[in-house]
Design a protein around this ligand. Structure first.
Ligand code: IPD
Ligand code: CA
Length: 282
């Protein structure tokens, strides 16, 4: 691997920090809220502006044309969401937009980088907490400068599990989500949690604060950076049915170990969501 992408990694950390500062500043003034796929799928001018700042900075540094970009807000405007072998940045400018709008204190900037469809590094800046999570393939995961590791709990009854509700409010999906949560809660586990940002949830798995996080309906930009961070912290990723993790599938389970993962999989009620690389609209 060598140090080929070290400069890009270091630069991504700088860009994420700058983006986070913009989000903090924007949170101090009035936030104008718009909606995307449904009335609960929120977006603000800050999401769009911060994505432009991030992509602009990366294009300036690495040149337009050679590097590709998958950004949440560009995809929402109809750009195709296809991962090729080219160097590709996968960006969520404001993960936790609903939190941002409500002043709920977990909002993250998520930047990942893939080459030949393999994730090389991930950077997540939890900007209201001012915590910088980062990981490069084969080099460990860090929160600020401290190396982080997943928890060593193997007994599901001693675990905390995270899941989220997403933005689809169809009765069928909501009842499957709650039925899954009820079954997991009644195993029983110590607790169920959710920070409102998939990126932050994955960092919580990586630091060992929780044992697992799963969700059906997330997007590649919510989880790409977190995937590297969880893996480098010693955790694992898979599909919610136990098959290999597929970044574009919109289904993801991250866990500290396989024992916890398999126990959760037994309870997950799966429902269909279109893949990121199949969808025309968000
Ligand atoms: C959302 C958050 C949330 C998850 C949703 C995502 P956004 O991203 O990550 O935790 O449950 O599936 O869409 O809209 O805040 O960028
Ligand atoms: Ca997001």
């Amino acid at each position: 691997m060598g140090d080929e992408w070290q400069e890009a990694y270091d630069y991504a950390v700088q860009v994420a920090r700058k983006a986070g500062a913009e989000i903090r500043k924007a949170g101090e003034s009035e936030i104008r809220v718009m909606t995307k796929s449904s009335t609960v799928d929120l977006v603000t001018k800050t999401d769009e502006r911060v994505e432009k700042i991030i992509i602009g900075a990366l294009k300036e540094k690495f040149g337009e044309g050679t590097h590709h970009f998958i950004g949440e807000e560009s995809m929402a405007k109809g750009e195709p969401c296809i991962l090729t072998n080219d160097p590709t940045w996968i960006i969520d400018p404001v993960d936790g937009t609903t939190n941002f709008v409500h002043g709920f204190p977990f909002v993250a900037v998520s930047i990942a980088f893939a080459v030949n469809k393999e994730l090389e590094f991930g950077v997540i800046y939890s900007c209201l907490e001012d915590k910088m999570y980062k990981a490069r393939k084969g080099m460990g995961a860090f929160c600020d400068e401290e190396q982080i590791y997943v928890s060593d709990v193997k007994d599901i009854k001693k675990s905390i599990i995270i899941s989220e509700h997403g933005t689809d409010r169809s009765r069928e999906k909501v009842s499957k989500i709650f039925s899954t949560m009820q079954k997991i809660l009644c195993i029983p586990v110590h607790g169920l949690r959710g920070s409102g940002t998939a990126a932050t949830n994955m960092c919580l798995v990586a630091t060992g604060a929780v044992e697992a996080f799963f969700e059906i309906g997330i997007h590649c930009w919510d989880i790409a950076a977190g995937a590297v961070i969880v893996k480098e912290a010693g955790g694992l990723l898979m599909d919610v049915d136990g098959k290999p993790f597929d970044l574009m599938s919109r289904r993801m389970l991250s866990a500290n170990n396989d024992i916890i993962a398999q126990r959760i999989i037994k309870e997950i009620e799966i429902f269909h969501v279109p893949r990121d690389d199949e969808r025309q609209e968000i």
